[in-house]
Design a binder for this molecule. Structure first.
Ligand SMILES: [Zn+2]
Length: 427
Protein backbone atom coordinates (compact mmCIF):
# COMPACT_ATOMS: atom_id res chain seq x y z
CA UNK A 1 0.00 0.00 0.00
CA UNK A 2 1.03 3.56 -0.69
CA UNK A 3 1.32 4.69 2.89
CA UNK A 4 3.62 1.89 3.99
CA UNK A 5 6.22 3.18 1.55
CA UNK A 6 6.20 6.52 3.21
CA UNK A 7 7.54 7.73 6.50
CA UNK A 8 6.08 10.07 9.11
CA UNK A 9 6.56 13.63 7.95
CA UNK A 10 6.55 16.81 9.99
CA UNK A 11 6.54 20.54 9.41
CA UNK A 12 8.51 21.04 12.61
CA UNK A 13 9.24 17.69 14.21
CA UNK A 14 10.79 19.12 17.34
CA UNK A 15 7.74 21.24 18.18
CA UNK A 16 5.14 18.70 17.14
CA UNK A 17 6.66 15.93 19.26
CA UNK A 18 7.63 18.09 22.23
CA UNK A 19 6.30 17.18 25.66
CA UNK A 20 2.65 18.28 25.79
CA UNK A 21 3.02 20.24 29.02
CA UNK A 22 5.75 22.35 27.44
CA UNK A 23 3.65 22.88 24.34
CA UNK A 24 0.76 23.90 26.53
CA UNK A 25 2.98 26.52 28.17
CA UNK A 26 3.74 27.97 24.75
CA UNK A 27 0.05 27.92 23.82
CA UNK A 28 -0.65 29.85 27.00
CA UNK A 29 1.83 32.57 26.01
CA UNK A 30 0.46 32.82 22.47
CA UNK A 31 -3.13 32.87 23.68
CA UNK A 32 -2.50 35.71 26.16
CA UNK A 33 -0.65 37.70 23.51
CA UNK A 34 -3.53 37.28 21.04
CA UNK A 35 -6.15 38.14 23.65
CA UNK A 36 -4.35 41.31 24.77
CA UNK A 37 -3.62 42.36 21.20
CA UNK A 38 -7.32 41.94 20.35
CA UNK A 39 -8.41 43.92 23.42
CA UNK A 40 -6.11 46.76 22.43
CA UNK A 41 -6.66 46.86 18.70
CA UNK A 42 -10.06 45.41 17.81
CA UNK A 43 -13.21 47.44 18.43
CA UNK A 44 -15.39 44.32 18.08
CA UNK A 45 -13.55 42.27 20.72
CA UNK A 46 -13.40 45.25 23.07
CA UNK A 47 -17.16 45.57 22.79
CA UNK A 48 -17.85 41.82 23.10
CA UNK A 49 -15.63 41.40 26.16
CA UNK A 50 -16.85 44.57 27.87
CA UNK A 51 -20.49 43.59 27.44
CA UNK A 52 -19.68 40.17 28.94
CA UNK A 53 -18.13 41.98 31.91
CA UNK A 54 -14.60 40.82 31.14
CA UNK A 55 -11.62 43.05 31.59
CA UNK A 56 -8.06 42.39 30.40
CA UNK A 57 -7.00 41.49 33.95
CA UNK A 58 -9.68 38.76 34.24
CA UNK A 59 -7.84 36.55 31.76
CA UNK A 60 -4.53 35.53 33.33
CA UNK A 61 -3.93 32.21 31.61
CA UNK A 62 -5.39 29.68 29.23
CA UNK A 63 -7.32 28.28 32.21
CA UNK A 64 -9.50 31.40 32.17
CA UNK A 65 -10.51 30.91 28.54
CA UNK A 66 -13.95 29.55 29.47
CA UNK A 67 -14.87 32.99 30.81
CA UNK A 68 -14.85 34.31 27.25
CA UNK A 69 -18.02 34.01 25.18
CA UNK A 70 -18.20 31.76 22.12
CA UNK A 71 -17.94 33.74 18.92
CA UNK A 72 -20.57 32.67 16.39
CA UNK A 73 -20.31 33.21 12.66
CA UNK A 74 -23.69 34.95 12.94
CA UNK A 75 -22.12 37.51 15.34
CA UNK A 76 -19.36 38.11 12.84
CA UNK A 77 -21.87 38.62 10.03
CA UNK A 78 -23.99 41.01 12.13
CA UNK A 79 -21.00 43.08 13.06
CA UNK A 80 -19.74 43.14 9.47
CA UNK A 81 -23.08 44.63 8.43
CA UNK A 82 -22.83 47.33 11.06
CA UNK A 83 -19.14 48.05 10.65
CA UNK A 84 -18.11 47.50 7.04
CA UNK A 85 -16.30 45.54 5.84
CA UNK A 86 -14.61 43.47 8.57
CA UNK A 87 -16.88 44.14 11.55
CA UNK A 88 -14.15 45.60 13.76
CA UNK A 89 -12.46 42.22 14.34
CA UNK A 90 -9.40 43.37 12.42
CA UNK A 91 -6.39 44.32 14.49
CA UNK A 92 -4.27 45.69 11.66
CA UNK A 93 -4.43 48.69 9.35
CA UNK A 94 -5.86 48.46 5.87
CA UNK A 95 -2.40 48.88 4.32
CA UNK A 96 -1.37 45.54 5.79
CA UNK A 97 -4.13 43.73 3.90
CA UNK A 98 -3.11 42.16 0.63
CA UNK A 99 -6.37 40.64 -0.52
CA UNK A 100 -10.00 40.86 0.45
CA UNK A 101 -11.64 37.47 0.20
CA UNK A 102 -15.35 36.96 -0.23
CA UNK A 103 -16.99 34.00 1.46
CA UNK A 104 -20.46 32.74 0.52
CA UNK A 105 -23.11 35.12 1.82
CA UNK A 106 -20.80 38.12 1.23
CA UNK A 107 -18.80 37.58 4.38
CA UNK A 108 -15.60 39.56 4.00
CA UNK A 109 -12.22 38.36 5.09
CA UNK A 110 -8.91 40.20 5.02
CA UNK A 111 -5.83 38.36 3.76
CA UNK A 112 -2.54 39.64 5.15
CA UNK A 113 0.36 40.95 3.10
CA UNK A 114 2.78 38.36 4.43
CA UNK A 115 1.15 35.01 5.00
CA UNK A 116 2.45 33.43 8.18
CA UNK A 117 -0.23 31.01 9.33
CA UNK A 118 1.53 27.64 9.58
CA UNK A 119 -1.49 25.45 10.40
CA UNK A 120 -2.09 24.39 6.79
CA UNK A 121 1.64 23.93 6.17
CA UNK A 122 1.79 21.58 9.16
CA UNK A 123 -1.19 19.67 7.76
CA UNK A 124 0.40 19.40 4.31
CA UNK A 125 3.49 17.81 5.83
CA UNK A 126 1.45 15.68 8.21
CA UNK A 127 -0.56 14.08 5.42
CA UNK A 128 2.68 13.25 3.60
CA UNK A 129 3.58 16.07 1.19
CA UNK A 130 7.22 17.07 0.95
CA UNK A 131 9.61 19.50 -0.64
CA UNK A 132 9.78 18.98 -4.38
CA UNK A 133 6.29 17.50 -4.72
CA UNK A 134 4.24 18.70 -7.68
CA UNK A 135 0.72 19.29 -6.53
CA UNK A 136 -2.50 20.30 -8.25
CA UNK A 137 -4.60 22.58 -6.07
CA UNK A 138 -8.15 22.05 -7.25
CA UNK A 139 -9.88 24.31 -4.74
CA UNK A 140 -11.55 27.35 -6.21
CA UNK A 141 -9.21 30.33 -6.64
CA UNK A 142 -12.06 32.80 -7.16
CA UNK A 143 -13.16 34.97 -4.29
CA UNK A 144 -12.83 32.63 -1.34
CA UNK A 145 -9.59 32.12 0.56
CA UNK A 146 -8.95 28.40 1.00
CA UNK A 147 -7.10 27.83 -2.30
CA UNK A 148 -4.81 30.79 -1.59
CA UNK A 149 -4.10 29.65 1.95
CA UNK A 150 -3.08 26.22 0.71
CA UNK A 151 -1.13 27.77 -2.17
CA UNK A 152 0.85 29.96 0.25
CA UNK A 153 1.38 26.98 2.54
CA UNK A 154 2.77 24.88 -0.32
CA UNK A 155 5.28 27.66 -0.91
CA UNK A 156 6.24 27.50 2.77
CA UNK A 157 6.97 23.75 2.60
CA UNK A 158 8.86 24.05 -0.70
CA UNK A 159 6.47 22.15 -2.95
CA UNK A 160 5.46 23.22 -6.45
CA UNK A 161 1.82 24.12 -6.96
CA UNK A 162 -0.20 23.92 -10.15
CA UNK A 163 -3.21 26.19 -9.53
CA UNK A 164 -5.86 24.34 -11.48
CA UNK A 165 -9.01 25.23 -9.52
CA UNK A 166 -12.22 23.28 -10.07
CA UNK A 167 -13.64 21.93 -13.33
CA UNK A 168 -11.82 21.23 -16.64
CA UNK A 169 -11.50 17.55 -15.84
CA UNK A 170 -10.05 16.56 -19.21
CA UNK A 171 -7.36 19.22 -18.93
CA UNK A 172 -6.67 18.30 -15.31
CA UNK A 173 -6.04 14.66 -16.24
CA UNK A 174 -3.67 15.74 -19.02
CA UNK A 175 -1.89 18.08 -16.59
CA UNK A 176 -1.46 15.22 -14.09
CA UNK A 177 -0.08 12.95 -16.77
CA UNK A 178 2.19 15.43 -18.57
CA UNK A 179 3.64 17.15 -15.50
CA UNK A 180 3.92 13.88 -13.55
CA UNK A 181 1.90 15.37 -10.71
CA UNK A 182 2.53 13.67 -7.36
CA UNK A 183 -0.12 15.28 -5.21
CA UNK A 184 -3.76 16.31 -5.22
CA UNK A 185 -5.52 18.91 -3.08
CA UNK A 186 -9.30 19.20 -3.24
CA UNK A 187 -12.56 17.53 -2.32
CA UNK A 188 -12.96 13.74 -2.11
CA UNK A 189 -15.65 13.83 -4.78
CA UNK A 190 -13.46 15.79 -7.20
CA UNK A 191 -10.51 13.39 -7.01
CA UNK A 192 -12.96 10.56 -7.74
CA UNK A 193 -14.26 12.52 -10.75
CA UNK A 194 -10.71 12.93 -12.06
CA UNK A 195 -9.97 9.24 -11.58
CA UNK A 196 -13.11 8.22 -13.44
CA UNK A 197 -12.23 10.65 -16.22
CA UNK A 198 -8.71 9.20 -16.49
CA UNK A 199 -10.15 5.68 -16.69
CA UNK A 200 -12.61 6.75 -19.38
CA UNK A 201 -9.66 8.17 -21.34
CA UNK A 202 -8.09 4.71 -21.25
CA UNK A 203 -5.20 5.61 -18.94
CA UNK A 204 -3.50 3.03 -16.75
CA UNK A 205 -3.90 4.75 -13.39
CA UNK A 206 -0.80 3.24 -11.82
CA UNK A 207 1.51 3.61 -14.84
CA UNK A 208 0.31 6.79 -16.51
CA UNK A 209 -0.25 8.78 -13.34
CA UNK A 210 2.24 9.37 -10.52
CA UNK A 211 -0.11 10.40 -7.75
CA UNK A 212 1.28 9.53 -4.32
CA UNK A 213 -0.67 11.66 -1.87
CA UNK A 214 -4.01 13.44 -1.70
CA UNK A 215 -5.13 15.95 0.85
CA UNK A 216 -8.90 16.11 0.85
CA UNK A 217 -11.30 18.30 2.76
CA UNK A 218 -14.46 20.42 2.71
CA UNK A 219 -16.62 17.28 2.49
CA UNK A 220 -17.03 14.10 4.49
CA UNK A 221 -14.78 11.30 3.24
CA UNK A 222 -16.54 7.93 3.33
CA UNK A 223 -14.04 5.17 4.23
CA UNK A 224 -15.24 3.14 1.24
CA UNK A 225 -14.28 5.98 -1.11
CA UNK A 226 -10.89 6.36 0.56
CA UNK A 227 -10.00 2.70 0.14
CA UNK A 228 -11.26 2.64 -3.44
CA UNK A 229 -8.97 5.55 -4.40
CA UNK A 230 -6.03 4.20 -2.40
CA UNK A 231 -6.31 0.78 -4.05
CA UNK A 232 -6.82 2.04 -7.57
CA UNK A 233 -3.77 4.34 -7.52
CA UNK A 234 -1.60 2.90 -4.74
CA UNK A 235 -1.69 6.28 -3.09
CA UNK A 236 -2.38 7.83 0.30
CA UNK A 237 -5.56 9.82 0.90
CA UNK A 238 -5.70 11.89 4.08
CA UNK A 239 -8.25 14.36 5.40
CA UNK A 240 -7.92 17.85 6.76
CA UNK A 241 -10.46 19.74 8.76
CA UNK A 242 -10.63 23.48 9.25
CA UNK A 243 -12.45 26.67 8.45
CA UNK A 244 -11.29 29.65 6.40
CA UNK A 245 -11.57 32.04 9.35
CA UNK A 246 -9.66 29.83 11.78
CA UNK A 247 -7.20 27.89 9.64
CA UNK A 248 -6.49 24.18 9.82
CA UNK A 249 -7.95 22.65 12.99
CA UNK A 250 -6.97 19.04 12.36
CA UNK A 251 -5.31 16.67 9.92
CA UNK A 252 -4.71 12.95 9.61
CA UNK A 253 -1.21 11.55 9.70
CA UNK A 254 -0.51 8.26 7.94
CA UNK A 255 -1.64 6.27 10.99
CA UNK A 256 -5.16 7.75 10.89
CA UNK A 257 -5.71 7.89 14.65
CA UNK A 258 -7.89 10.99 14.27
CA UNK A 259 -7.25 14.62 13.40
CA UNK A 260 -4.06 16.04 14.91
CA UNK A 261 -4.53 19.63 16.07
CA UNK A 262 -1.75 21.83 14.60
CA UNK A 263 0.74 23.39 16.97
CA UNK A 264 -0.46 26.92 16.19
CA UNK A 265 -4.12 26.32 16.99
CA UNK A 266 -5.92 26.19 20.31
CA UNK A 267 -8.87 23.82 20.29
CA UNK A 268 -11.52 23.10 22.91
CA UNK A 269 -14.51 20.77 22.85
CA UNK A 270 -17.39 22.40 24.70
CA UNK A 271 -21.03 22.06 25.59
CA UNK A 272 -22.57 24.31 22.91
CA UNK A 273 -25.10 25.72 25.35
CA UNK A 274 -22.90 26.59 28.30
CA UNK A 275 -19.60 27.17 26.51
CA UNK A 276 -17.87 25.04 29.17
CA UNK A 277 -15.34 22.41 28.18
CA UNK A 278 -16.57 18.83 28.33
CA UNK A 279 -14.51 16.00 29.81
CA UNK A 280 -11.86 14.41 27.64
CA UNK A 281 -13.50 11.85 25.37
CA UNK A 282 -17.00 13.35 25.63
CA UNK A 283 -18.81 14.75 22.62
CA UNK A 284 -19.18 18.49 22.21
CA UNK A 285 -18.76 21.38 19.84
CA UNK A 286 -15.33 22.16 18.40
CA UNK A 287 -14.34 25.69 19.39
CA UNK A 288 -11.01 27.11 18.28
CA UNK A 289 -8.77 30.11 18.81
CA UNK A 290 -6.07 31.06 16.33
CA UNK A 291 -3.11 33.35 16.82
CA UNK A 292 -3.68 35.47 13.77
CA UNK A 293 -2.22 38.94 14.28
CA UNK A 294 -4.53 40.84 11.90
CA UNK A 295 -7.89 39.00 12.07
CA UNK A 296 -7.79 36.85 15.21
CA UNK A 297 -10.62 34.45 15.94
CA UNK A 298 -11.01 33.95 19.67
CA UNK A 299 -13.20 31.03 20.81
CA UNK A 300 -14.95 30.72 17.50
CA UNK A 301 -17.62 28.01 17.45
CA UNK A 302 -17.42 25.78 14.40
CA UNK A 303 -20.84 24.16 14.84
CA UNK A 304 -19.12 20.77 14.37
CA UNK A 305 -19.34 17.99 16.91
CA UNK A 306 -16.34 15.89 17.84
CA UNK A 307 -14.49 14.50 20.81
CA UNK A 308 -10.93 15.11 21.88
CA UNK A 309 -8.35 12.65 23.05
CA UNK A 310 -4.80 12.95 24.33
CA UNK A 311 -3.83 9.36 23.54
CA UNK A 312 -0.46 9.04 21.86
CA UNK A 313 -0.15 8.31 18.15
CA UNK A 314 2.55 6.09 16.58
CA UNK A 315 3.79 9.13 14.60
CA UNK A 316 5.05 10.62 17.87
CA UNK A 317 3.00 13.81 17.81
CA UNK A 318 1.99 15.03 21.22
CA UNK A 319 -1.05 17.20 21.77
CA UNK A 320 -4.72 16.66 21.20
CA UNK A 321 -6.39 14.59 18.52
CA UNK A 322 -9.97 15.16 17.46
CA UNK A 323 -11.73 11.92 16.82
CA UNK A 324 -13.86 12.03 13.69
CA UNK A 325 -16.32 14.86 13.08
CA UNK A 326 -19.67 13.50 14.19
CA UNK A 327 -22.07 16.02 12.71
CA UNK A 328 -23.40 19.50 13.22
CA UNK A 329 -24.61 21.05 16.45
CA UNK A 330 -27.59 22.67 14.76
CA UNK A 331 -28.88 19.31 13.56
CA UNK A 332 -29.13 18.09 17.12
CA UNK A 333 -32.42 18.37 18.96
CA UNK A 334 -33.04 18.44 22.66
CA UNK A 335 -35.63 15.82 23.66
CA UNK A 336 -36.65 15.37 27.29
CA UNK A 337 -33.65 17.48 28.24
CA UNK A 338 -31.17 15.26 26.37
CA UNK A 339 -29.46 16.01 23.09
CA UNK A 340 -30.32 13.70 20.24
CA UNK A 341 -27.90 13.87 17.33
CA UNK A 342 -28.55 12.49 13.85
CA UNK A 343 -25.44 10.30 14.13
CA UNK A 344 -26.81 8.67 17.28
CA UNK A 345 -30.04 7.83 15.49
CA UNK A 346 -27.95 6.44 12.61
CA UNK A 347 -26.06 4.28 15.08
CA UNK A 348 -29.31 2.71 16.30
CA UNK A 349 -30.67 2.08 12.82
CA UNK A 350 -27.36 0.79 11.41
CA UNK A 351 -27.92 -2.34 13.53
CA UNK A 352 -30.98 -3.17 11.42
CA UNK A 353 -30.33 -3.97 7.75
CA UNK A 354 -34.07 -4.62 7.46
CA UNK A 355 -34.70 -0.87 7.71
CA UNK A 356 -34.84 0.91 4.36
CA UNK A 357 -35.53 4.46 5.52
CA UNK A 358 -36.28 6.22 8.76
CA UNK A 359 -37.00 9.56 10.32
CA UNK A 360 -37.10 10.70 13.94
CA UNK A 361 -40.16 12.81 14.69
CA UNK A 362 -40.40 14.79 17.90
CA UNK A 363 -43.81 15.93 19.08
CA UNK A 364 -45.38 17.07 22.31
CA UNK A 365 -48.29 15.50 24.14
CA UNK A 366 -49.59 16.80 27.46
CA UNK A 367 -46.53 19.03 27.79
CA UNK A 368 -44.21 16.07 27.43
CA UNK A 369 -41.78 15.35 24.59
CA UNK A 370 -42.53 12.28 22.51
CA UNK A 371 -39.87 10.83 20.21
CA UNK A 372 -40.95 8.49 17.43
CA UNK A 373 -38.70 6.62 15.02
CA UNK A 374 -40.78 6.35 11.86
CA UNK A 375 -39.42 3.37 9.96
CA UNK A 376 -39.90 1.93 6.47
CA UNK A 377 -38.76 -1.69 6.04
CA UNK A 378 -37.10 -3.12 2.96
CA UNK A 379 -39.76 -5.79 2.73
CA UNK A 380 -42.72 -6.90 4.74
CA UNK A 381 -41.79 -9.17 7.65
CA UNK A 382 -43.92 -11.67 9.51
CA UNK A 383 -43.38 -10.42 13.06
CA UNK A 384 -42.89 -6.66 12.99
CA UNK A 385 -43.44 -6.43 16.75
CA UNK A 386 -40.15 -8.18 17.44
CA UNK A 387 -38.03 -5.75 15.43
CA UNK A 388 -40.02 -2.85 16.86
CA UNK A 389 -39.24 -3.92 20.40
CA UNK A 390 -35.57 -4.48 19.60
CA UNK A 391 -35.16 -1.03 18.06
CA UNK A 392 -36.93 0.55 21.03
CA UNK A 393 -34.55 -1.23 23.39
CA UNK A 394 -31.55 0.09 21.40
CA UNK A 395 -32.94 3.62 21.40
CA UNK A 396 -33.11 3.51 25.18
CA UNK A 397 -29.60 2.09 25.38
CA UNK A 398 -27.85 4.42 22.91
CA UNK A 399 -29.84 7.63 23.31
CA UNK A 400 -30.56 7.14 27.03
CA UNK A 401 -34.17 8.26 26.55
CA UNK A 402 -37.34 6.43 25.60
CA UNK A 403 -38.56 6.42 22.02
CA UNK A 404 -41.23 4.51 20.19
CA UNK A 405 -41.02 2.90 16.78
CA UNK A 406 -43.74 3.23 14.19
CA UNK A 407 -43.50 1.01 11.11
CA UNK A 408 -45.05 2.70 8.07
CA UNK A 409 -45.72 1.50 4.49
CA UNK A 410 -43.00 2.09 1.87
CA UNK A 411 -43.15 5.57 0.34
CA UNK A 412 -44.47 7.27 3.47
CA UNK A 413 -41.24 9.11 4.32
CA UNK A 414 -40.47 11.72 1.64
CA UNK A 415 -37.18 11.41 -0.27
CA UNK A 416 -35.77 14.69 0.93
CA UNK A 417 -36.41 14.56 4.64
CA UNK A 418 -34.73 15.91 7.72
CA UNK A 419 -33.29 13.13 9.81
CA UNK A 420 -34.81 14.63 12.94
CA UNK A 421 -38.03 16.51 12.46
CA UNK A 422 -39.09 18.69 15.33
CA UNK A 423 -42.86 19.18 15.20
CA UNK A 424 -43.19 20.69 18.63
CA UNK A 425 -44.85 24.06 18.92
CA UNK A 426 -44.22 26.29 21.88
CA UNK A 427 -47.21 28.48 22.62
ZN1 LIG B 1 -0.20 10.66 14.13
Amino acid sequence: MGDSRREDRFFNRERETMDWERRKGDLNTRFLKTFRHACENSTAYRDIFTSSGIGVSDIRSIDDIEKLPILRISDLVDRQKRDMPFGGFETADFEEIRRIYINPGLIWQPGERDYHDTTWAEALCGVGFKEGDRIINTFNYHMWPLAFMLDESLRIIGATVIPTGVGNTLMQVKIMQTLRVTGFIGTPSFIMTLIQRAEAMGLDLKKDLCLETALVGAEMLPESLRSRIEDKLEMTVRQVYGTVFLGCIGYECRHMTGLHVPDDMLVEVVDPHTGKQVESGATGEVVATNFNTYYPMIRMGTGDLSMMSLESCPCGRTGPVLKRILGRVDQATKVKGTFVHPWQADEVISRYPEVFKYQVVVTREDHKDVMTFVVELREEISKPDIIRARIERDIKELLTIKGTVQIVPPGTIPDLHKKIEDRRTWE
